[in-house]
Design a protein around this ligand. Structure first.
Ligand SMILES: N#Cc1c(N)ncnc1-c1cnn(CCN2CCOCC2)c1
Length: 284
């Protein structure tokens, strides 16, 4: 099969049928690096979580999933983390919705009092919940570049009449995911979805959806506005990399060192826990 595209943690191939095969790797990224040490089963866990979400979002919009069965000419090791999807004409906007303020949104808010042109109340802190979830789109930056915030007017200039539908669908997916995850003790602070057009011109949900790679997952019982919230899945990795034990100096520009076994195991356990809490299924 023909390799089309590699992201930080997933690859895209073209099948002889013209459909695509989206393959999730066990890699994890932190501090803008793809770490050398894989997290066993991360690809499978997040693929299965995403498939579970696609099913529960199907009443909001169609999706690109064709089959979770491994195509005959794909390596057996891809089983459970490769999904056949139909080819879409992807919209050239990263569709992001935020229910909480942090990261680049907080940075923009601190400077301007707004995010992507949306004015927010004064006095919000890192981790504050927003009065309502907001659409905070960005450009699709080239590999190695950073996405740039877009105003709604810029989205309209880019995609025309699709703009309000991108906004409404992105916020609706976020609301559904955030509500269901919160009932299970996980805050989804924000999420990025990919939308594309099918040949009939219908907007279709692509990529992965509502995973810890496409979204910020926070443990709800540790939520406390006023500082950076702990990541549900990546905090063990972040804490170790920034501890003297790792010997890594983030300011050096050097790539992080390999992760110790116990950090890998703790991180794998967090992915399993997120999957099992949200889906109420046992990961096998
Ligand atoms: N999904 C999807 C999809 C589709 N269904 N049809 C056409 N193109 C795409 C596509 C092409 N690039 N990306 C960016 C995200 N990629 C996801 C896979 O892994 C690599 C990064 C999405």
């Amino acid at each position: 099969m023909k390799h089309l595209h590699s992201g930080k943690v997933r690859d895209l191939y073209e099948l002889p049928t013209g459909e695509l095969l989206m393959v999730a790797r066990d890699t994890i990224s932190a501090y803008d690096y793809v770490l050398d040490t894989p997290i066993p089963d991360k690809g499978r866990i997040l693929t299965q979580l995403s498939l579970w979400w696609f099913e529960r979002l199907a009443d909001l919009l169609p999706n690109h999933i064709v089959s979770a069965d491994l195509p005959p000419d794909a390596p057996a090791e891809w089983a459970g983390r490769a999904v056949v999807v139909r080819r879409l004409d992807m919209v050239p906007v990263e569709c992001v919705a935020r229910g909480y303020l942090t990261g680049s949104g907080l940075k923009e808010y601190t400077k301007t009092g707004s995010v992507c042109g949306v004015a927010l109340p004064a006095g919000l802190l890192d981790g504050s919940r927003l009065p309502e979830p907001i659409f905070t789109p960005t450009t699709k930056a080239a590999v190695g570049e950073h996405d740039e915030a877009m105003t709604f007017t810029q989205v309209e200039a880019t995609v025309g009449d699709l703009a309000p539908r991108l906004r409404d669908l992105t916020v609706a997916v976020y609301r559904r995911g955030a509500e269901m995850a919160r009932e299970r003790g996980i805050i989804v602070a924000d999420t990025k979805i990919e939308l594309g057009l099918d040949p009939s011109g219908e907007l279709v949900l692509g990529d992965e959806v509502l995973t810890p790679d496409s979204s910020r997952f926070w443990p709800a019982d540790a939520w406390e506005p006023g500082h950076a919230q702990p990541s549900f899945d990546k905090q063990f990795v972040r804490d170790w990399l920034t501890s003297p034990e790792s010997g890594w100096d983030q300011a050096s520009g050097e790539a992080p060192p390999p992760l110790p076994d116990e950090i890998v195991e703790q991180t794998r356990a967090r992915y399993v826990e997120a999957y099992e809490r949200i889906t109420a299924r046992t990961f096998t």
